[in-house]
Design a protein around this ligand. Structure first.
Ligand SMILES: NC(=O)c1ccc[n+]([C@@H]2O[C@H](COP(=O)([O-])OP(=O)(O)OC[C@H]3O[C@@H](n4cnc5c(N)ncnc54)[C@H](OP(=O)(O)O)[C@@H]3O)[C@@H](O)[C@H]2O)c1
Length: 222
């Protein structure tokens, strides 16, 4: 991929995407909420842009700063886990809103505008979802609001694929990955998860649009 935008690249999976894409010679635009993240991205050779996806003013400012840039791919990575609690304890609207705004509101706000910054026909939008979004694979309600938000994200991507037929939109699970969110108990390194995802993204074609895929390319059940 020649030119890529990564949304949410200050650390974890997003930062690893930036590292691998910069190393392979892609022109990388990548976002962070804070200066430390922006500095890490600049050190990799990426063009670093400030963005808090949960703040509409920040989104507005970010979109106008993009001017006429065109990308081959948008990697939407930013996400929060929120409370780990299950359906036996009530959540406040504030807790619900933070997770929903970050994990789904971001797409609802930005995809229509960013679609115009993607190369027609070959442009790809990849939202990092989670196997925890899968209704058919669900065993429990742990991290209840996170599950709800990622299932909503999957619907956002699947339904948007019906409108943006000129693009290729996919929701992708990275697996359980060693990051601040995934913890050191996770079996997959960020390096391996991201290299698998880049391989899968590279092999996508239009028959894949609207799908929910695992990092290794296997299709996941909704
Ligand atoms: N790790 C796993 O096992 C796993 C499994 C399934 C899915 N995922 C998904 O993979 C994605 C990346 O997760 P990760 O494991 O790399 O988690 P992480 O280490 O906690 O990193 C989360 C990233 O999202 C950014 N972010 C959070 N809220 C944001 C906001 N309001 N605006 C902009 N950026 C924001 C963070 O920025 P700050 O540094 O500013 O907080 C950080 O760059 C998430 O969508 C997550 O749900 C992860």
């Amino acid at each position: 991929m020649k030119k890529v935008l990564i949304i949410g690249a200050s650390r974890g999976i997003g930062l690893e995407f930036a590292r691998q894409l910069c190393a392979s010679g892609s022109l990388v635009f990548a976002t962070s909420r804070d200066q430390e993240g922006l500095d890490r991205l600049k050190a990799l050779g990426a063009k670093a842009l400030q963005l808090d996806v949960a703040k509409p003013k920040s989104t507005e400012h970010f979109l106008s700063a993009l001017k006429a840039e065109r990308f081959d791919c948008v990697l939407h990575v930013a996400g929060v886990l929120g409370p780990r609690s299950d359906a036996t304890s009530a959540l406040t609207f504030a807790q619900f809103d933070e997770v929903m705004h970050t994990n789904v509101g971001c797409v609802v706000q930005m995809l229509p505008a960013l679609a115009k910054h993607l190369t027609p026909v070959h442009g790809k939008w990849i939202s990092i979802s989670s196997v925890m979004a899968s209704i058919s694979l669900t065993q429990d309600s742990a991290a209840w609001v996170y599950k709800i938000s990622k299932a909503a994200l999957n619907m956002a991507i699947h339904s948007a694929s019906k409108e943006h037929k000129e693009l290729l939109l996919v929701a992708m699970s990275p697996g359980w990955v060693q990051t601040d969110m995934g913890t050191s108990a996770a079996p997959l390194s960020a390096k391996k998860s991201v290299s698998n995802m880049l391989k899968t993204i590279g092999s996508l074609d239009h028959s894949d649009t609207g799908k929910f895929l695992n990092h290794d390319g296997l299709e996941l059940g909704w």
